[in-house]
Design a protein around this ligand. Structure first.
Ligand code: CTP
Ligand code: MG
Length: 167
């Protein structure tokens, strides 16, 4: 039981930290640069939109990896594993926006479950590809607990003025 909880915390922490960092960075950095360079896709909509910046992407990977040093001290995860999870998180976050734009959902508008889970699922997928077996129970628990945690933290970020939307 304790090892299951440790495993869940170890996997979730780099993902949550990586996912949250761009919100703060975009608030602090004066001018951010969109990953898609402002370009549109074949459907005439932005490829990703202004909500996905290079600064956010890179800082998310850096902070998620950095938290790996603390997790390593606790014997929970290696720094390399934290990097893989952080990279997967930011790729998943970016993929989520790509899908939202293709569905015609504007930047910042809500896409239930897509907003809360794409980053986690791609992070776990990349982790699985690099490190092999991830047990089903760990994945199921992470998929269940992440959406409510995401919603609560985003609402708090909105309340303290970090985000313009409460979701
Ligand atoms: N952000 C960023 N770069 C990223 C990811 C996020 O700068 N790669 C910042 C943006 O300021 C973004 C905010 O974090 O508005 C919140 O992230 P998110 O909710 O993922 O973006 P949305 O603005 O909701 O855009 P989308 O609809 O594309 O998800
Ligand atoms: Mg959003």
């Amino acid at each position: 039981m304790e090892s299951l909880v440790n495993r869940i915390v170890a996997l979730a922490t780099p993902c949550y930290v990586a996912n949250a960092t761009p919100v703060v960075v975009a608030k602090v950095v004066k001018r951010t640069h969109p990953i898609d360079g402002g370009s549109c896709f074949l459907d005439g909509r932005r490829i990703l939109g202004d909500g996905k910046s290079i600064e956010g992407f890179v800082s998310g990977i850096m902070s998620g990896t950095a938290i790996g040093f603390a997790l390593k001290q606790g014997g929970l995860l290696s720094v390399q594993e934290a990097f893989v999870l952080s990279l997967g998180t930011m790729l998943g976050d970016t993929l989520g926006s790509f899908v939202k734009r293709r569905l015609g959902i504007e930047r910042g508008d809500p896409a239930p479950l897509l907003d809360q889970l794409t980053f986690l699922l791609v992070a776990l997928l990349l982790y699985q590809l690099v490190y092999g077996w991830l047990d089903a129970l760990t994945v199921v628990i992470l998929v269940i607990v992440t959406p409510p945690i995401h919603l609560v933290t985003n609402y708090l970020a909105y309340k303290i003025g970090l985000k313009s939307k409460p979701w």
